[in-house]
Design a protein around this ligand. Structure first.
Ligand code: TXA
Ligand code: MG
Length: 324
């Protein structure tokens, strides 16, 4: 673990150039970074995460010029990039095949590109000088890490370096839009709210149907192959829309709500005592980890608003609650 100062940044760029694995902060969550052009590095990243290899990775670059060398920015992608990059938005566009390795794209003809706003991510990307693949820095299926300590819990001993720059300000992953067609499609709600994107486009976003986990029985390939229904899973079962706390349960609440049975909760966390959805998103994964550690029979979650970042929060909680 190194501080994310200039020496730490330089060391991170050196490890990446050597084909190594570096956990680094972005404004959304910590990413596990490697050289997106190096199939050996990408293979070792999949191994460290324990991630199914059909799951493609996001190519991270420092600016829109670098993005234009990784994929074809369609008119909608150019508009959204100009408005929202750097920031918590990932755009899926037709790939330039040689710009990232096929393994990083899981063999797809499209590529997901993101320009993160976090100054440490920016510094590492500029020093690396090549596209960097970076999934969230957790073991596959676990809750995404929003602090360096979370990364260490999941990946200590399996990766080369962790850059510590404190907690991630946004706290949920980037919003992913498929911009390969004429109308952008929301593949994953995330840190950039739908309302902001629709205002910039002047039109509503299309949403894909909810997909079930891939398996021998599923006929359709998922649009965002990483969006398995059961994902972001704490060890304890998660009970959504809870209007009371049952014996043995921990409580995840919002805006100071105290449902009946509150006093007997094994543990509780408030996503945002003031009812602020931005604060709630930033706290979501850390609070789930804290409640999971309390050894509760289940984690009860109060009903939450659905507007703004509420859409991404609801999506992550639905996955945390999915049968597994
Ligand atoms: O905020 C974030 O996006 C974080 C930080 C580290 O940048 N990264 C992140 O990566 O969440 P990951 O690998 O955990 O999630 C990437 C998602 C997966 O669901 C994957 O299936 C989808 O992006 N994806 C990647 N390439 C795609 C493509 N060509 N078409 C559709 N979906 C794609
Ligand atoms: Mg992830």
């Amino acid at each position: 673990m190194l501080a994310a100062d200039p020496a730490g940044t330089a060391e991170a760029a050196r490890v990446l150039a050597d084909g190594g694995l570096v956990a680094l902060p972005t404004e959304t969550v910590y990413g596990l970074a490697c050289d997106a052009t190096d199939p050996r590095a990408v293979a070792s990243l999949y191994a460290a995460k324990g991630r199914p290899s059909f799951n493609p990775l996001i190519a991270h670059v420092p600016d829109v010029e670098a993005a234009r060398r990784v994929g074809v920015l369609t008119p909608a992608a150019e508009l959204l990039a100009a408005r929202f990059w750097p920031g918590p938005l990932t755009l899926v566009v037709p790939a330039f095949e040689g710009a990232t390795c096929a393994l990083a794209r899981a063999g797809l003809a499209s590529v997901a590109i993101r320009v993160p706003a976090h100054e440490v991510a920016q510094a590492v990307l500029r020093a690396a000088g090549r596209p960097i693949a970076a999934p969230s820095a957790n073991r596959s299926g676990h809750v995404s890490p929003t602090s360096a300590a979370h990364v260490r819990t999941d990946l200590d001993g399996r990766i080369d370096l962790i850059l510590d720059a404190g907690p991630c300000p946004v706290g949920v992953e980037s919003t992913i839009l498929d911009c390969t067609g004429d109308v952008p499609v929301m593949l994953r709600p995330g840190g950039l709210p739908r309302e902001a994107i629709e205002a910039a486009l002047g039109a509503p976003l299309a949403s894909p149907a909810i997909r079930s986990p891939e398996g021998p029985g599923s006929e359709t390939a998922p649009l965002a192959p990483g969006m398995l229904a059961s994902h972001y899973a704490p060890a304890a079962p998660v009970r959504l829309g809870a209007r009371e706390v049952k014996p043995g349960e921990a409580l995840l609440t919002f805006a100071g709500a105290h449902p009946p049975g509150f006093e007997q909760a094994v543990a509780y966390r408030d996503l945002s005592p003031s009812g602020d959805l931005v604060e709630a998103a930033a706290n979501l994964f850390a609070h789930l980890r804290d409640l999971d550690r309390a050894g509760a029979a289940a984690i009860a979650v109060v009903p939450l608003p659905r507007h703004g970042l509420g859409e991404a929060i609801a999506d992550r909680l639905r996955r945390a609650a999915a049968p597994r």
